[in-house]
Design a protein around this ligand. Structure first.
Ligand code: WT7
Length: 648
């Protein structure tokens, strides 16, 4: 089996690593036996305005879950990511921006320039009325201004909520209203894969439903035509001219909110995951350094979008806190052709390349020739995140991109965890393709039986929970602490429940097997089946809908929708296309259904509960193991579903 395949760290990796195997073992042991002592020492990597005296004050006890780290300390995230580097690396490049169009010029921003831009941005936000604690929604493409806006919020103590620029006006307005933002930062348009995204138009549409928004700060990016609403919309290039580059960073309590990021759950609308200041930054910074074994002067590239947590922790906060040079890429892997990423690696002499299995599989599908046009010899380390990587894709990555000279880190974590949780440390932990390997410092994974019994044997299978708090953990669901407690701490009392299944092998390595709840993972992005269902039933011709995932070669999972039409409506290809577009409009292109099957009836129990297990099996084309269907109100619907299963 694939878990027999082991890649020991190379001699070069061992010789240069920041963490040897022995150090990892000793530090890990200390981190769980003496968390207070361990984290007190680690927190010294940050600059504190007021030192903390307390380290850990956390409880997973249901229902009084409470998580506080460094609770009496004060610091500022922007000062840690920028100001403290000025003396030693003011002229070093902080951000390399690589545009969508390979023929356009890239831009390099030094730490000194970053300081000026962020301070100016912060002063403009203040002039628009932003104060400490206010929520600012950021809806920007992958341009440096996205990082400026995030850091400017951090500088003045405003809480940012970045909404991925691929989300629809409806998705945007829901998020703006949920956290009651009074300011939105956006751009005229975004560029991605040669296409233009009408961001300002989307904001205008969204704001029809957002009474609380007073100001829109508008970045001129493409120069495209947009409507400007007098009194509400302010151009950044105009406002910034008068703005001072002096903006003293606000002293923030370690437990003051830093940002909200919406993510999908198994039920209801997306939840606002709240991260705070001290613990989050420590986690992002320490994991970025140790997991990527980051060395001064290296160019580091995480290919995520700042609209996701990966972009927050590993494009902006982690690398900048460490004084790294971080690349921000506006484009996509396969435009203008499938060598685009490899060009970027060659152009900027990238040492660390962190990407998603779905991108690897897509590039693998394009053929190995595309990988041979560029010089990839600057690479030292490769990383993946977002979903389990199949060993075949891992091997392809290892051979064709790493040329068998690079370590690979498969990092398991979540929006909720703030940063890496289970991952190899290069030079310390041998890789097994497909396994996220071992826990990071302070992380105590446990495998529970579905009934909640902790599995004590090394070899185990079940649901993945975490036994105790770590500094980067989310603190609450914004505005709904009860939902935080019930989602993560109710099913398995005393533990943080990840929502993932996993297996632990004989060497204590963790293999994530995917979500055990109704959350889909589409190309490494999370979507709740409930969200897609409610988008579908909002269409006037749809009476009922049930959505499940099915295996998809490139995306990992595809979206399979069973749709029952209103009586009198006719099934047609046109209606299929219409529903697909409808969902794209309601949520965004990432939620595009891959399959829509007409279902005159859905398999329900007598109490009316849809049996998704059966729908999943039918979608997977796995009719042999449907299990017990005798509790169905009408077992006949299953035969009908099988008969009409959509061909692929
Ligand atoms: C879910 C979290 C973490 C940033 C990107 C996604 C899956 C993530 C891995 C991995 C197997 C993984 C899990 C997790 N996942 N990384 N290395 N191996 N599965 O963040 O949107 O919060 O999704 O992504 O299922 O629960 P997210």
């Amino acid at each position: 089996m694939s878990d027999q395949l082991i890649f020991e760290p190379s001699e070069t990796a061992i010789a240069n690593t920041l963490t040897t195997k022995e150090q990892y073992e000793a530090l890990y042991e200390r981190s769980v036996s003496d968390p207070d002592g361990f984290w007190r020492e680690q927190a010294a990597r940050l600059d504190w305005i007021k030192p903390f005296t307390k380290v850990k004050n956390t409880s997973f006890a249901y229902p009084d879950v409470s998580i506080k780290w460094f609770e009496d300390g004060e610091l500022n995230v922007a000062a840690n990511c920028i100001d403290r580097h000025l003396e030693t690396r003011g002229d070093q490049i902080a951000i390399i921006w690589e545009p969508d169009d390979p023929k356009a010029d890239s831009r390099s921003i030094t730490y000194r320039e970053l300081h000026e831009e962020v301070s100016r941005f912060a002063n403009v936000l203040k002039s628009l009325g932003a104060k400490k604690g206010d929520r600012v929604t950021i809806y920007l493409p992958m341009i440096p201004e996205a990082a400026y806006a995030m850091l400017a919020c951090a500088r003045i103590g405003a809480v940012h909520s970045v909404v991925f620029a691929g989300f629809s006006p409806d998705a945007l307005s829901g998020r703006i209203n949920d956290c009651d933002s009074n300011i939105v930062v956006t751009a005229d348009e975004g560029r991605r894969g040669g296409k233009v995204v009408p961001l300002k138009k989307n904001v205008d549409a969204a704001l029809k439903d957002c009474a609380g928004v007073e100001k829109v700060l508008l970045v001129r990016n493409t120069g495209g035509d947009v409507d400007v609403s007098e009194g509400r919309d302010v151009w950044w290039h105009e406002a910034s001219q008068q703005a001072s580059t002096d903006c003293p960073p606000e002293a923030m309590n370690a437990e003051d909110p830093l940002f909200i990021l919406y993510t999908s759950g198994s039920t209801g609308k997306p939840k606002g995951v709240l991260h705070t200041t001290g613990g989050y930054l420590l986690w992002a910074s320490l994991t970025h350094e140790r997991v990527f074994d980051y060395k001064d002067g290296e160019v580091y590239w995480c290919t995520a979008d700042v609209g996701w947590v990966t972009g927050h922790s590993y494009i902006v906060y982690g690398p900048l806190a460490n004084g790294a040079t971080t690349v921000m890429f506006e484009g996509v892997p396969n435009w203008p052709d499938a060598s685009r990423h490899w060009q970027v690696i060659e152009r900027h002499k990238i040492a660390v390349y962190y990407t998603a299995p779905t991108a690897i599989r897509a590039l693998m599908g394009a053929g190995v020739d595309w990988t041979q046009k560029n010089d990839l010899s600057s690479l030292r380390l490769l990383g993946t995140v977002g979903e389990p990587i199949n060993p075949e894709a891992w091997m392809w990555f290892y051979r064709n991109i790493g040329k068998e000279n690079c370590e690979i880190v498969d990092t398991w974590w979540q929006t909720e965890t703030g940063g890496h949780m289970i991952t190899p440390l290069p030079g310390a932990i041998a890789a097994k393709p497909g396994s996220a390997t071992k826990p990071f410092f302070g992380v105590q994974p446990v495998v529970l039986s579905p009934e909640g019994q902790e599995q004590t044997d090394t070899e185990a299978q079940g649901v993945l929970c975490i036994k105790d708090s770590w500094p980067g953990q989310m603190r609450t669901v914004y505005g709904d602490h009860a939902r935080f407690v019930s989602t993560y701490f109710e099913t398995y009392k005393g533990y943080y429940f990840s929502g993932d299944g996993c297996r632990r092998d004989e060497d204590g390595y963790y293999w994530i097997t995917g979500r055990v709840d109704d959350v889909l993972n589409i190309s490494g992005h999370r979507l709740g089946t409930a969200e897609i269902e409610s988008a579908l039933v909002a269409h006037p011709k749809v009476s009922e809908a049930a959505v499940v995932g099915y295996p998809h070669d490139v995306k990992g999972q595809g979206i399979y929708c069973y749709v029952t039409l209103m009586s009198g409506e006719t099934e047609s290809e046109e209606l299929r296309a219409e529903l697909r577009n409808w969902v794209r409009k309601e949520i965004g292109p990432i939620a595009s259904p891959d399959m829509i099957q007409w279902a005159p009836g859905l398999p329900k129990t007598r109490s009316g509960k849809i049996m998704r297990r059966i729908l999943r099996k039918v979608a997977e084309n796995d009719f042999g193991s449907l299990g017990d269907t005798s509790t169905l109100a009408d077992p006949g619907v299953v035969d009908d579903l099988i008969e009409h299963r959509q061909n692929r």
